[in-house]
Design a protein around this ligand. Structure first.
Ligand SMILES: Nc1ncnc2c1ncn2[C@@H]1O[C@H](COP(=O)(O)OP(=O)(O)OP(=O)(O)O)[C@@H](O)[C@H]1O
Length: 514
């Protein structure tokens, strides 16, 4: 059946109050293909997927799967499952301390005897067959925590499809490579492409354009809740897709030429010596004022721990931290770090960096409330004007600054949180995966804003798994492995290819994870 349309969404509409998230959108997936769903932040991709998964009812539209047809307002999670639709979200929902077999069993149930005891051998046989079918080089007893990142995602995919004997299920992958470094993404995407060759139908949502172009057969582009293009068996250019997403012919998105570290006098913005915290075991690093230093390494290498410890979220086990020339005693908390001009954007921005139930305006002001205090109370009009200006400057797509923060799309939440911290004019900016989930159009804006801060002497540390981002944005990049700095790249060696090689060889030399 490869090539025939297997799933078709027509006239899909959905409003949230005054916001029209989808306005008659269309999507048609051909069997045995990888289909990319593209669109700027807030264009309606997640809403369409949530409707397809039965999380939200649509206001209008039709869902066809095979020869059957349903009204989209009566569709449900059970109907989606019954129709063979399977979803793997960014949070894979795996338990690291359990084995692959146990993770499968938690989802699909344990085979048991009549007396209720688990038939482990039967479970292992079933899981071994699935690992074989999905080409995952591991045994059922391997702990999930010991797998490479791409293998983890493949385990989540195999688990989602474990009850499907044939390849007839449709797999929906929501930004599966967002946290993977380049070589892991390549492994995963090659495996996804092989699934399609075997007849699997795959819907892929991703903001990483080169990967999408290398993997997808068909493309659907959303803009403002509508389908503006469907390209079947096509090989579009990145520029063409961006033009479709924005509705404008835009010059190539070639990154700005790399800026060299600006010369700023004064103490280092950050100095850490022999830092031990979380997985870190003796890291020393100096960031000059006006310098952007990248930090990379595989998941678990300690990238996030470094940033969190410097921000005062947890005290180090050992080692020293100096900020702007001042030695930290180790007892300071986040408030003290903020008072010294440190800003931190967490990887899990929703949980750690935002107030979901407050408005966009309140979230934007959260870091600078004092700016709006007047002797007679809050200057709310000033606060609103200032929030509106920030939303415009950072292209945050929000119904209004009075909308709930939780109503923003993922990428727009990220842009708003960055805007909030940058308005404090920090002296040291700590960014964990700053453009994860951000559309390609806003990425260049974010880089420009970071560079503007740097030109005033701010020091920046960027933890990222996106090697193109690191080589575009940073003056130098350190690679963490085994809790230490295993390599440092700068100048001509600071390219995605060298970063891939350095990450790979550091993993090999420290033996984590194989
Ligand atoms: N639960 C909700 N309540 C109110 N508005 C919502 C809700 N979910 C989505 N929206 C709005 O619907 C529009 C589409 O959002 P959606 O999350 O589908 O976009 P997206 O294309 O997935 O964006 P991103 O690339 O940033 O993830 C946005 O304007 C968003 O603010």
């Amino acid at each position: 059946m490869s090539g025939d349309v297997l799933v078709r969404l027509t006239g899909l509409s959905k409003s949230f109050g005054p916001t029209r998230a989808l306005d008659g959108a269309e999507l048609a997936l051909r069997g045995g293909t990888v289909h990319a769903l593209l669109g700027g932040n807030g264009s309606g991709k997640s809403t369409a997927i949530k409707i397809l998964a039965g999380v939200y009812p649509a206001d209008a539209g039709t869902i066809h799967v095979g020869t059957a047809e349903w009204a989209a307002d009566g569709w449900s999670a059970a109907a989606a499952r019954h129709a063979g639709l399977r979803f793997v979200h960014q949070d894979l929902g795996l338990f690291d301390s359990l084995s692959i077999a146990e993770n499968f069993a938690l989802d699909g149930g344990y085979p048991t005897t009549r007396l209720g005891s688990v038939r482990w051998r039967q479970l292992d046989r079933r899981v071994a067959a699935l690992l074989d079918r999905f080409e995952i080089a591991a045994t059922p007893g391997t702990p999930v925590g010991g797998l490479r990142p791409a293998q983890r995602t493949m385990v989540a995919i195999a688990r989602a499809l474990q009850d499907q004997e044939s390849e007839s299920a449709v797999l929906v992958l929501d930004e599966p490579t967002a946290t993977l470094p380049a070589h892991e993404s390549e492994l995963l995407l090659a495996a996804i492409r092989r699934r399609a060759e075997l007849g699997q139908t795959i819907l892929l949502v991703s903001h990483r354009m080169p990967e999408v172009l290398a993997t997808a057969h068909d493309f659907t582009v959303f803009r403002d809740g509508r389908t503006v293009a469907t390209l079947v068996a096509a090989e579009p250019t990145e520029q063409r897709l961006i033009a479709l997403m924005t509705g404008q012919e835009i010059a190539a998105t070639a990154p700005d030429p790399q800026v060299c570290a600006a010369q700023h006098d004064g103490a280092a913005a950050l100095r850490v010596t022999d830092l031990a915290a979380g997985p870190l075991r003796g890291v020393s690093l100096t960031v000059a004022p006006g310098e952007i230093v990248g930090v990379t390494g595989l998941v678990g290498s300690g990238r996030s721990s470094l940033l969190r410890t410097v921000f005062g979220l947890h005290p180090p086990r050992a080692g020293d931290i100096w900020i702007d020339g001042r030695r930290q005693r180790g007892t300071e908390d986040v408030r003290a770090r903020m008072a010294q001009g440190v800003a931190y954007v967490a990887e899990d921005r929703v949980a750690e960096s935002s107030f979901a139930e407050l408005t966009v305006r309140e979230n934007l002001s959260a870091s600078v409330l004092r700016m709006f205090w007047r002797p007679r109370g809050m200057a709310t009009a000033d606060e609103r004007d200032s929030a509106e200006a920030l939303v415009r400057r950072h292209r945050v797509k929000a119904g209004s600054v009075e909308s709930a923060f939780s109503a923003l799309s993922g990428g727009n939440q990220q842009k708003a949180i960055l805007a909030r911290w940058l308005r404090r004019e920090p002296r040291l900016l700590l960014l964990d995966e700053p453009t994860q989930g951000v559309d390609i159009m806003s990425r260049a804006d974010i880089y420009r804003t970071i560079r503007r801060s740097v030109s005033t002497g701010c020091g920046v540390v960027v933890a990222s798994s996106d090697f193109l981002e690191l080589s575009t944005l940073c003056d130098r990049v350190v690679v963490l492995a085994g809790g230490r700095i295993a390599a440092e790249l700068r100048g001509e060696r600071l390219t995605p290819e060298h970063l891939t090689a350095a990450t790979q060889s550091s993993v090999l030399s420290t033996g984590v994870p194989s």
